[in-house]
Design a protein around this ligand. Structure first.
Ligand code: GTP
Ligand code: MG
Length: 452
């Protein structure tokens, strides 16, 4: 049932209200439309559909196809596929969730006078099941992956995120395209050798290839910028969606990143300096959140966004302990981090939102995770203590050293202050002598710069 509640939060993030929830025992799983006939009729009563898959039901085009066709028209009319369009196409409205669950057949809760305009299913459904469900309910149906992709689509802001989402979305849409009535006949009649459907799929493949090239260019640009920051000490906030990563980012860096009680509010990595500034500077990055059963295409697309996290020397692993599912969320986060190869990076577990717990719960939690930091992003004292922990972490790996900066190389002085903490600066006939503390790698790099 927790999965279903999460699906409910996902559709709410899309701006829907949940008007009813239906679940069905696994044993009764229908092959054609996931739900059995009785459940299907029950569902259709909320959506105003016929409740039958029957072939006589009017065939409607699915939204994915409509959007795809609109984009094609736009592309043909000149401009490139416009990724900057505003809101997604789903109307504000009511959602209706259907689930295939383990539960005993739970009853739907009818809400009078509200017709559902979306059915969301907490189960991956095949393209043909999706079609059948749409036919029977007469409304749009999304599976879990479809819902998540829609959210990503709406929340993407940067060029990189938009490209990534678009690639994932097209990969998701392609197998779900169906023959639109009429066109195939015409195509074949002309001996085109390729049906309209095949043509559409090929166009999608071409478009994906194009987007991938564009993405690669954007990413090359980013990696250049990352190289410039190479020696900075980096901390990355990672964790389940809605855990409070952006809230901590704001608090730690006195910045204005977006915080929202929404799933996947953040899709882009942002990087800011820890405040008050440590010497040398420490950079904090906020990253996209994780969710269980994250669609595979999205994991692949966002891998590069998470590269940012991979380059950190310390991961701040954020969990929302006020969520009853937090243990499972921790497991999901760990496994995604494992997938992207981040398990070897030192990490600090942050048990966030403890302000929502009773003293007794806090005590139990601390016993369970003695190594973790319990905190509330809303408590300035907690945030200050966290900052000190971060600074201490880097401090522990710093070594003391000396550098001589010849008079001819004064332009490197900024570089020294950027990458080390200068404890003493004296001058003699050779040049400046610096006694400093820095990371061994930063010290080596500075030394090699001075020798050049
Ligand atoms: N009570 C309480 N609420 C918190 C705390 N930290 C964050 N929140 C709230 O939790 C919600 C999610 O916070 P965000 O910081 O946006 O979470 P996030 O991890 O960045 O989420 P995504 O970007 O969607 O993955 C917001 O409504 C915050 O105000 C906390 O310590 N205590
Ligand atoms: Mg966020």
């Amino acid at each position: 049932m927790a999965d279903l509640a999460e699906l409910g939060r996902l559709v709410e993030t899309l701006g829907y209200d949940v008007v009813a929830t239906i679940s069905q025992r696994r044993a009764a799983l229908g092959a054609a439309a996931v739900l059995g006939r009785g459940k299907l009729r029950e569902l259709a009563a909320y959506t105003g559909g016929e409740g039958e898959i029957g072939s006589s039901a009017p065939q409607r085009k699915d939204k994915a196809r409509l959007r795809w066709e609109a984009e094609q028209r736009e592309a043909e009319e000149g401009g490139e596929g416009d990724l900057d369009e505003g809101e997604g196409e789903v109307d504000e409205g009511e959602a209706y969730e259907g689930e295939e669950g383990d539960e005993e057949g739970a009853e739907g809760v009818p809400v009078a006078d509200r017709q559902a305009t979306l059915v969301a299913i907490d189960h991956d459904v095949s393209p043909s099941q999706l079609r059948n469900l749409e036919r029977a309910t007469g409304t749009q149906v999304l599976d879990r992956t479809g819902v998540i992709i829609e959210i990503f689509h709406r929340h993407a802001r940067s060029r990189e995120a938009k490209l990534q989402v678009e690639i994932a979305r097209l990969s998701y849409v392609a197998p779900r395209l169906r023959e639109s009535p009429g066109t195939s006949e015409r195509q074949r009649g002309k001996g085109a050798g390729e049906s309209a459907l095949e043509l559409d799929r090929r166009r999608i493949r071409d478009r994906i290839a194009e987007l991938r090239e564009e993405l690669a260019a954007v990413q090359r640009d980013h990696s250049v910028r990352r190289t410039l920051r190479r020696d900075a000490r980096r901390v990355a906030l990672v964790g389940y969606t809605n855990a409070g990563k952006s809230s901590l980012m704001r608090a730690l860096t006195a910045s204005e990143v977006l915080v929202a009680d929404k799933l996947f509010a953040t899709l882009d990595t942002t990087v800011r300096a820890l405040q008050p500034e440590a010497k040398p500077r420490i950079l904090v990055s906020d990253t996209v959140g994780f969710i269980k059963k994250l669609p595979h295409d999205l994991v692949a697309s966002f891998r590069s966004t998470l590269d940012e996290a991979l380059e950190a020397s310390l991961l701040l692993f954020v969990a929302d302990v006020s969520d009853p599912m937090y243990e499972e969320q921790l497991t999901v986060t760990r496994s995604v981090l494992g997938e992207i190869g981040a398990v070897d990076i030192p990490s600090l577990l942050l048990l966030n939102k403890v302000d929502r717990l009773t003293p007794l719960q806090r005590e139990a939690l601390q016993q369970e995770h003695p190594e973790a930091v319990m905190l509330s992003a809303k408590d300035p004292a907690d945030v200050a203590a966290l900052r000190d922990r971060i600074v201490a972490f880097f401090e522990a790996s710093m070594v003391e050293g000396e550098l001589v900066l010849p008079y001819g190389k004064q332009s490197l002085i900024g570089e020294i202050y950027e990458n080390a903490r200068v404890m003493e600066e004296t001058y003699d006939e050779q040049g400046g002598k610096f006694r400093l503390r820095a990371h061994p790698t930063a010290l080596d790099r500075l030394r090699s710069l001075l020798l050049k």
